[in-house]
Write a protein that binds this ligand. Structure first.
Ligand code: SF4
Length: 231
């Protein structure tokens, strides 16, 4: 049975914050972007900079109210992030509604939940958690095949991101990239965990190994170092 549009628009999502900023952590970095940050996360990474998404109480918002906010920025990218967005079932109709409005939609996910139900048009930016995150066992390994499949349908439709805390994490990520030829299938991003390794060290290791991955810095933290949310 096809669900009534009116009913879909009243579906609820727990929202941590809605804001308009500069995309900072993908091949889309630098572009104006509307962020829909969903509350709640199923992981507890050591370096988490978004604890407020699961430590604070959050209000539920109807889908049409979220879409109204997005509509105020008609030219911007739209990123759904968290927390972990995929723990809320109503994120799926949200993505469908955004795509049907012709928006470019990015989904940031922590890699622990299967991405196979995410609409093909959505660009998935997926973490692969390293041992140094404390959540190294969380990755849903079937997501490697799903990521490759998405990239075979639409080039660049799934970006893989490793946030690295030390040299061991770097070696672990490098081995995973090589073993699964990840960088041959789509954008592969290596990012230093803030305050744990320097961009210079990470750049040096990548160059020494001639590893074809993209070094990524969190652009928003360079622009607004004093702000921890809303950017
Ligand atoms: S997955 Fe993201 S939001 Fe969740 S604990 Fe890890 S860093 Fe924080």
């Amino acid at each position: 049975m096809v669900e009534d549009t009116q009913v879909i628009s009243q579906r609820l999502l727990n929202i941590s914050e809605l804001f308009y900023s500069i995309q900072g952590e993908s091949t889309y970095a630098g572009l104006p972007c509307v962020f829909i940050r969903l509350a709640g996360c199923n992981l507890r990474c050591r370096y988490c900079d978004a604890r407020y998404t699961y430590e604070e109480a959050h209000a539920a918002m109807a889908l049409d109210a979220i879409l109204s906010f997005v509509d105020s920025y008609p030219e911007a990218l739209v990123e759904i992030t968290g927390g972990e967005p995929l723990i809320q079932e109503n994120v799926y109709p949200l993505m469908v509604q955004l795509i049907s409005r012709g928006r470019t939609v990015l989904l940031e996910t922590n890699g622990s939940l299967p991405i196979d139900k995410v609409a093909t048009e959505v660009i998935v930016i997926m973490d692969i958690k390293t041992p140094g995150s404390g959540m190294g066992e969380s990755f849903a390994s079937e997501n490697i095949a799903f990521a490759k499949e998405r990239n075979s349908i639409i080039q660049g439709a799934c970006e893989l991101k490793f946030v690295l805390t030390d040299k061991n994490d770097y070696k672990w990520a490098r081995n995973m990239v090589i073993r699964h030829t990840l960088n041959k299938s789509g954008p592969t991003l290596f990012s230093p965990a803030k305050g744990q390794i320097s961009p210079l060290d990470l750049a040096t290791w990548i160059l020494q190994d001639q590893l074809a991955v993209r070094l990524q810095l969190q652009l928003h933290t360079l622009i607004w170092p004093q702000l921890s949310r809303g950017v």
